[in-house]
Ligand binder design. Structure first.
Ligand code: CDP
Length: 224
């Protein structure tokens, strides 16, 4: 039987990872955060200080993989677990920059396809419904206003010692939206057959509930 593939795309800070992770645990699917792969590629490139023209070559040596430990995704560079190291603002910006490069996307494409072919997944990213899993049974575009997304990220980061100012977070989000939507390769855009879920006015529980409802409706329909 074909595995169930749910594609969730949307801009930075829309809450995709939290919402998708919760929905996956309710439905018993694996949650795949593809952003972690782009972040790991960005870490590999920045740690080695690789100039843009050498990225394609250098990436041949990058051994990026995802492992699922008790259903929880960890990202590895070789045998090194880099799941925490990739969560800095510098790597966020670098991931957005390098993910615009076709060799970076090509490198990670097959890995994403393979995981989706072998498992029931909720996969989140920017081009999952449009490029990686165009045949996904359910596609959702999860978004919220830039101000609401910045507010949420600020709340999340305010518990950490070096929290940037709200204005700085908002500026970062707007810059990343611009980079992600206006790049030539696999730009962030809603697939024609995706369901739009705007969470600006919804809290976390309500968003998860709505997502689970959309997925159940979509998988019931595709099983008919
Ligand atoms: O969690 P957050 O929304 O901050 O970002 P992320 O999902 O971890 O993705 C980091 C960056 O990787 C994004 O700004 C995108 O440019 C890029 N990305 C991508 O191009 N394609 C994907 N499928 C996932 C992420």
């Amino acid at each position: 039987m074909k595995n169930i593939n749910v594609a969730i795309d949307g801009p930075a800070g829309a809450g995709k990872s939290t919402v998708a992770r919760r929905a996956a645990s309710i439905l018993g699917y694996i949650y795949v955060d593809t952003g972690a792969l782009y972040r790991a590629a960005a870490l590999f490139i920045t740690e080695r200080d690789i100039p843009g023209s050498d990225v394609e070559n250098a990436l041949n040596e990058a051994d990026i993989s995802l492992r699922f430990i008790d259903g929880v995704q960890r990202v590895f560079l070789g045998e090194r677990d880099v799941s925490e190291l990739i969560r800095t603002p510098e790597i966020s910006m670098a991931a957005s920059k390098y993910s615009a490069m076709p060799p970076v996307r090509e490198k990670l494409f097959g890995l994403q396809k393979q995981i989706a072919a072998e498992n029931n997944v909720i996969m989140d990213g920017r081009d999952i419904g449009t490029v990686v899993l165009p045949d996904a049974q359910v596609k959702v575009f999860l978004t919220a206003s830039p101000e609401e997304r910045a507010r949420r990220r600020y709340k999340e980061l305010s518990e950490k010692p070096e929290c940037p100012a709200y204005e700085e977070i908002l500026a970062d989000i707007i810059q990343r939206d611009d980079q992600d939507m206006n790049r030539e390769t696999a730009p962030l855009k809603m697939a024609e057959d995706a369901v739009l879920l705007d969470s600006s006015e919804l809290d976390l529980d309500e968003t998860v509930e709505e997502l689970v409802r959309i997925i159940k409706a979509g998988t019931d329909r595709s099983a008919e």
